[in-house]
Write a protein that binds this ligand. Structure first.
Ligand code: UD1
Ligand code: CA
Length: 457
């Protein structure tokens, strides 16, 4: 089996993005562009992946930790110079080297592997992945000779009028014979419009040495989009989103309006789940079968089990069981664990709370830092008073407790099993099992007082 290596170019600042964030870290459908590239490479049989990062690009390393090795390109002198930084790691070894830019997140595993296959089958020293672009501006153009062979690549900024009309573009992805690549790199110069060492020049160098250089033309230009500015970033997001939504629909998820449904790359969704318009599902979320999410619902890093309904609500970093009903207008904040058959109604906020099976908070509640047992009913307007301005305290509400409307449970406090809290109570002491706690002023009725008030007018 042939050795395979990959070099990912990710050291460029990305000036055209006008951003403090390294270009390749800008996310597309929730995942940094460069991580899409590295994750795809990991699905090919590659022995070593080396990512070229800029000086001080600690964040790039953090994102790719464990998925790639790194070399640093201290100064960004061009794509050829970037690949040269991998010489210590890869130079002198026999094999195929896939070079790919960290700013082309849409190139699929299928295309990468077709490129590698063609390269290895033809025995070429270099195979460049090209595409036909309706609007090729900004891209390097593929210049072929009279026989139709790839002769060289000319950058947009260096191209003459004739060359600018060429629609076949360099996608920035290549396969090289590893030894031929590093040999040729030594001969790349920076005498061009940008004063940079261009990797595409390797093609011409190899061709002049009468080596076999070919192209693999992919039919899908969309896939090869290079993200250089925020306009292309939005375009990449749209293409990736369409792809993700189609994949879910193929797997049995109903998405009523795919153009208005935003699902991150690594989200998992079960079959017969229905996603209504305006819904955003992010991060490592996992949604079970037969759920109904939306409209206008945000789910960040949540695990939701089966047959659960979430309407017009926001959920973050939490777990939700099956047959649960949430919303409309609920806010489930980090650290919440909602068990099966729960109902969380409108204007209810829950934070860092376990909420037991069959329990309900149907209207206008705040439950924070609490342990709520099974079959608990939290009445309208009741809240946990969990914060004294300095510290947060725990409220425990055991199984089968009934909390009457508009109660304040001042933590730390425990309401034991089966107890009742009278409506309007402010509970500061623990309530024993099966007790009724009433903590409010008694009502006083002043007979005929209304008449008196009226006569004063
Ligand atoms: C590059 C190609 C162009 C191709 C296009 C495809 C060159 C000279 N041109 O142009 O032919 O059509 O990609 O999208 O290669 N990088 C480094 N170090 C550097 C410079 C760049 O690591 O010194 C990295 C960048 O982070 C980026 C990638 O290389 O991920 C490509 O660089 P970029 O400046 O975006 O090249 P393009 O102008 O798009
Ligand atoms: Ca680019």
């Amino acid at each position: 089996m042939i050795n395979r290596f990959a070099v990912v170019l990710a050291a460029g600042q990305g000036t055209r993005m006008k951003s403090k964030l390294y270009k390749v870290l800008h996310p597309v459908c929730g995942k940094p562009m460069v991580e899409h590239v590295v994750d795809n490479i990991s699905q090919l049989e590659v022995n070593h992946t080396v990512t070229v990062v800029g000086f001080g690009a600690e964040m790039v390393k953090e994102h790719l930790e464990g998925k790639s090795e790194f070399v640093v390109q201290e100064e960004q002198l061009g794509t050829a110079h970037a690949v040269m930084q991998a010489k210590d790691a890869l130079g002198g070894q026999k094999g195929t080297t896939l070079v790919i830019c960290g700013d082309t997140p849409l190139i699929t595993v299928a295309t990468m592997s077709a490129l590698v296959k063609q390269h290895e089958e033809t025995g070429a020293k270099a195979t460049v992945l090209t595409a036909l672009a309706e609007d090729p501006s900004g891209y390097g153009r593929i210049i072929r000779n009279a026989q139709g062979e790839v002769e060289r690549i000319v950058e947009h900024k260096d191209a003459n009028e004739d060359e600018l009309t060429v629609k076949e573009i360099n996608t920035g992805t290549y396969c090289f014979d590893n030894e031929a690549l590093f040999e040729a790199l030594d001969n790349v110069s920076n005498e061009n419009a940008q004063g940079e060492y261009y990797l595409p020049d390797v093609i011409e160098i190899l061709k002049k040495k009468k080596e076999l250089v070919t192209a693999y033309v992919t039919e899908d230009f969309e896939e090869t989009l290079g993200v250089n500015d925020r306009i292309a970033l939005a375009e990449a997001e749209r293409i990736m989103r369409t792809r993700i939504n189609r994949e879910h629909m193929k797997n049995g998820v109903t998405i009523t309006d795919p153009a208005n449904t935003y699902i991150d790359t690594d989200v998992i969704i079960g079959s017969d789940t229905v996603i209504l318009p305006g819904t955003v599902i992010q991060g490592k979320s996992k949604i079970g079968d037969g759920c109904k999410l939306g409209p206008n619902t945000e789910v960040h890093n949540c695990e939701i089990s089966h047959n659960t309904t979430v309407q017009q609500s926001v959920l973050s970093d939490s777990a939700v069981g099956s047959h649960v009903k949430i919303g409309p207008f609920a806010h489930i904040r980090p650290g919440t664990n909602i068990q099966d058959e729960v109902k969380i109604g409108n204007f209810v906020e829950i934070k860092k709370t376990s909420f037991g099976k069959g329990s309900k908070a149907s209207h206008l509640s705040y439950i924070g830092d609490a342990e709520v047992g099974d079959n608990v009913n939290i009445g309208c307007g009741s809240i946990t008073v969990n914060y004294d301005g300095q510290n947060k305290f725990l409220t425990k509400i055991n199984d089968d407790v009934f909390v009457g409307c508009n109660s304040n449970l001042v933590a730390p406090v425990t309401i034991k099993e089966g107890a009742y809290i009278a409506a309007g109570s402010t509970i500061t002491d623990d309530v024993p099992e099966s007790a009724l706690a009433i903590a409010r002023a008694r009502q006083v009725n002043k007979e005929n007082y209304a008449e008196k008030l009226k006569s004063k007018k």
